[in-house]
Design a protein around this ligand. Structure first.
Ligand code: MTE
Ligand code: MO
Length: 530
């Protein structure tokens, strides 16, 4: 180190204060930038942009190494690394600034410019250039002003009249009698910016996914679902609507609060037994061929007659397309999906590639996925219970074998594989209802996803099975409404329903609880006719 940059002659506490000033200035810049970013929708903080740039620029061996070493923690590790490098450079800048304030400013400016470039080239940003680079600009300005101010208060003795500084002589410990009051003032203000920015962005932080969601427009699907067939919806009071609104859709997951995953930071890795590993970001996913399909989801925990079932229009990318691109190696029989909150599901590759519309969904009923239904992306697989297929907040797909893992619910005593069982439900009359004698509409829904419903029958008091009238079919992946006109005579009666799938297989009559692979039995409703 040249003599003029030699800072070793300063007292340790002066050097500590200088390094601290560098750290504080950088911290204030980073915090103010994070706060600025959180004010906008889908604008990553400069730290995230630098992370994204690092991932883009890193040689593949390094990426592979990181993933191997840290697995799903690779991103936190990367961010920690970025913070560490910035802290080290900032502390050094502060130290060097004791002798050469312009050098500290130059180093700060270079850091800021790198952040600007990373932000400007960050394709995960939902916003356009002026807003995208605004946080980095804030980081640059705040840290530059802060370091200048802190060093001016610390590094040199102030000339009484001019307020300009004398060039120190090498070896002077100018810090020995620095303007302590001025320095503490600068520390207090910079510290306040750091704390306010940090707290502010934290407060807005949990809403990041919500803010990000508001900024997203899902492109029209190249392969649209088309209109619901006329007659798929029956006009019966009290009958469950054919399409379930997002607000009414059942929700099942292990998350106390849904993971907060803004689209800008989301990525999906498709790896394992594949020829070409894929890494997708949200916008890359939207750029692909989107399909739109109506699919009825069902929870394995749904009791006979229960309501853990809903029918929505999903938009997404076919898993078959993605797996074809990745190139599944022969012998693999499962895809292990993992969510941002660590939930896992194992799905047979067969169900993802046999021509059914298994997809990574990004929209539900024409809107970006609601946060609690998996924003930004989830799996939807027609015909399989949710716990083995419908992973929300999806982040990772590993092509593998069932023999090599045990998914979340499988570990807890549920079956490894779980196709949805044919089932039916009576919606009206409601259980224990009292109805007037005469013609009574008995109606409900029946489902056998990916096989389709061929018939629904009803019987009264254990009598003859009566054919009901089915609503128009809307493919095989959705439930089907049915109605039967009952000539109800006074008294207490028991109504029962049974469905038959399109292969002619009737639903299982024998009662069984949901565990381990779905309930069986007939839905029975007792009514009083007066
Ligand atoms: N990340 C995550 N995804 C999940 C779950 C979960 O606990 N965590 N539960 C699954 C289960 S059991 C079901 S039935 C469906 C329910 O999806 P929904 O909440 O959108 O109706 O999500 C599936 N996906
Ligand atoms: Mo479920």
């Amino acid at each position: 180190m040249s003599r003029t940059l030699d800072v070793t002659s300063f007292r340790p506490d002066t050097r500590l204060a200088a390094a601290g000033a560098g750290l504080l200035a950088a911290g204030a810049g980073v915090a103010a930038a994070a706060f600025t970013a959180s004010l906008f929708t889908g604008v990553p903080s400069p730290i995230l942009s630098v992370g994204n740039a690092t991932i883009t620029l890193a040689p593949s061996w390094l990426r592979d190494f990181a993933v191997e070493q840290f697995g799903t923690a690779d991103k936190p590790v990367l961010l920690a690394g970025i913070y560490t490098v910035i802290a080290a450079v900032a502390a050094l800048a502060g130290l060097l600034g004791l002798r050469r304030p312009w050098l500290a400013q130059a180093i700060t400016a270079i850091l800021g410019l790198l952040a600007l470039i990373a932000a400007a080239t960050d394709r995960t940003s939902l916003s356009s250039p002026p807003v995208t680079v605004l946080p980095a600009l804030v980081a640059l300005v705040v840290s530059l002003v802060a370091i200048s101010w802190l060093l001016s208060a610390l590094g040199r003795r102030q000339q009484a009249q001019a307020g300009s500084w004398s060039e120190p002589h090498p070896g002077d410990d100018v810090g020995a009698d620095f303007d302590r009051r001025k320095f503490l003032e600068a520390v207090a203000v910079t510290g306040a910016v750091l704390i306010a920015g940090g707290v502010g962005s934290r407060l807005l932080g949990p809403a990041q996914a919500l803010a990000s969601r508001r900024g997203i427009t899902i492109p029209a699907a190249a392969d649209a679902a088309g209109a619901v067939p006329a007659g798929a919806s029956l006009d019966v009071r009290g009958l469950t609507p054919y399409l379930t609104s997002n607000a009414d859709f059942y929700r099942i997951d292990t998350a106390l609060t849904p993971p907060d995953v803004p689209a800008a930071t989301w990525s999906l890795r498709i790896h394992g037994a594949v020829k070409n590993e894929l890494e997708l970001d949200f916008f890359g996913l939207l750029d692909r061929r989107l399909v739109e399909r109506r699919v009825t989801l069902t929870c394995v925990s749904n009791e006979i007659g229960g309501d853990l079932i809903g029918n929505a229009t999903w938009t997404g990318v076919l898993l078959a397309d993605l797996l074809a691109e990745a190139g599944v190696q022969p012998g693999a029989d499962a895809v292990l999906s993992t969510s941002a909150d660590g939930f896992t599901a194992g799905t047979p590759i067969e169900a993802l590639t046999d021509g059914r519309d298994a997809m990574i969904a990004v929209a539900m009923n024409g809107e970006p996925l609601p946060i609690e239904h998996g924003f930004p992306a989830r799996m939807v697989v027609p015909g399989l219970y949710g716990y083995v297929s419908a992973t929300k907040w999806l982040t990772d797909l590993e092509v593998t074998n069932f023999s090599k893992f045990s998914a979340y619910w499988t570990e807890r005593g549920w079956s490894e594989q779980a196709p949805i069982k044919t089932a039916s439900r009576i919606d009206v009359p409601a259980s224990s209802a009292t109805v007037r004698a005469g013609t009574v509409a008995v109606a409900g829904v029946a489902w056998a996803q990916h096989r389709g419903i061929k018939a629904v029958e009803v019987r009264v008091d254990g009598g003859e099975w009566q054919q009901t009238r089915l609503a128009a079919a809307d493919g095989v992946d959705t439930w089907r409404q049915w109605v039967w006109e009952w000539s109800a005579r006074p008294g207490d009666h028991v109504l029962e329903v049974r469905a038959t799938d399109s292969a002619g297989e009737p639903q299982v009559v024998e009662q069984a609880p949901p565990r381990p692979d779905g309930a069986t039995g007939l839905h029975r409703v007792g009514v009083t006719v007066t």
